[in-house]
Design a protein around this ligand. Structure first.
Ligand code: TXA
Ligand code: MG
Length: 359
């Protein structure tokens, strides 16, 4: 269904104590086959009734998402899994106890309970229990599992505010619940439990170390660093360009912060000499170095605190669109903790334009 911009309703909701009448209304929209964007503790999601193939098809249409990229099913608690999955692997119970509700998505066998449009035709399904009061209340009110990818146009940075959702999807969806900024700023960790060993398909809010404390050794899928050797990625979403601002982004990694700044300044000078408008994505510690030279700088958190970088990342990438720069030079950070997820998203936004540091 085509809609004009004004036909997407935006309802403000208290993020800690969601207004019951707003949540009831949103739940009814989902039950009737509509599309509702809502805050989670990671990024905003675009939800539809996961048991209604027509409604789920609407998500793909609204986002322009390729049909072979499966969706995450959001449920209200681990107990709800028993309704949809025949055999719950013991690892699921252990992980659920420690990390749900929270930013961990588990890939398990599907057994035909969820329609093929949700799973991209795979024999597995990805599920998570979100840790945001609005998301949980919405799933409960809907009374159905909610399939929800990030609420952005496919390929764009994920939305961390209702404003980002409106920028991308106004006129294409029924309703946005505006609960203020989402918390973490990067998506959930996607963990595949269907093989012999658990494998991280997408790094996210729960770190590898945290998972290993519960499960023992956890592998990292080769596609995570963007260099899957020929083979087909196990997480279909990982093969598409992602999280990208409009201008091309050049990512600088793997060097100490002083030499990184020197190399970025040199490249900025060269590009500016060609008449291009250069924007720089920097951490607080080094932002002044570029600003002093007159470059527009977007500051994304502190290098010493990867969580602050994660929280600011997508908003920062979207700011470059508003600044209309021709090219973005981005500082890399350490891959410790949630830094791995940040670097994974930056590498994808760079689409291969990566400058390695001196070794
Ligand atoms: O934090 C999040 O996970 C957010 C919020 C809204 O929950 N959602 C999100 O969804 O990031 P999306 O669609 O943007 O990313 C889902 C990822 C994709 O990389 C997809 O390929 C992967 O999960 N995925 C989904 N089902 C899968 C499956 N059965 N097997 C392997 N990967 C799967
Ligand atoms: Mg996404």
């Amino acid at each position: 269904m085509e809609r004009d911009n004004g036909s997407t309703q935006r309802l403000v909701v208290d993020p800690k104590h969601p207004n019951p009448s707003v949540i009831r209304e949103a739940g009814a929209v989902l039950r009737q086959g509509g599309l509702v964007a809502f805050p989670t503790e990671t990024v905003y999601g675009l939800g539809a009734n996961a048991l209604d193939p027509r409604a789920v098809t609407g998500i793909f249409r609204a986002k322009g998402r390729p049909g072979d990229n499966p969706l995450i099913v959001h449920i209200e608690g681990p107990e709800a899994l028993a309704n949809y999955v025949e055999r719950i692997p013991p690892a699921v119970s252990k992980l659920a106890e420690r990390f749900w509700p929270g930013p961990l998505t588990l890939v398990i066998e599907n057994r035909n309970k969820f329609p093929a449009v949700v799973t991209g035709g795979l024999e597995t399904v990805a599920v998570r229990v979100p840790g945001h009061p609005v998301a949980l209340a919405l799933i409960r009110a809907a009374g159905v599992p909610v399939a929800a990818p990030s609420a952005n146009i496919s390929g764009r940075p994920s939305p961390t505010t209702a404003g980002h959702v409106m920028d991308d999807l106004a006129g294409r969806i029924d309703l946005v619940l505006d609960g203020g900024p989402s918390g973490l700023g990067v998506e959930s960790t996607v963990l595949d439990l269907t093989g012999r060993n658990p494998v991280i398909l997408r790094p996210g809010g729960v770190t590898r170390r945290e998972l290993e404390a519960v499960l023992g050794p956890v592998e990292l899928d080769p596609s995570v660093d963007g260099q899957a050797p020929g083979g087909k990625p196990r997480s279909p979403g990982m093969k598409y360009t992602h999280y990208a601002p409009r201008a091309p982004l050049l990512l600088f990694e793997g060097c100490g912060k002083e030499s990184m700044a020197a190399r970025i300044l040199a490249e900025a000078g060269r590009l500016a000499g060609e008449g291009r408008k250069v924007g720089i994505l920097a951490c607080e510690e080094t932002a002044q170095i570029y600003a002093r030279e007159g470059y527009p700088v977007v500051v994304a958190g502190r290098r010493s605190d990867p969580e602050s970088v994660a929280a600011a990342l997508y908003e920062s990438l979207r700011r470059f669109d508003r600044m209309e720069v021709d090219v973005i030079l981005a500082e890399g950070i350490s891959e410790d903790g949630v830094g791995l997820a940040v670097m994974n998203r930056l590498r994808r936004a760079a689409g291969g334009n990566i400058i390695a540091g001196p070794s």
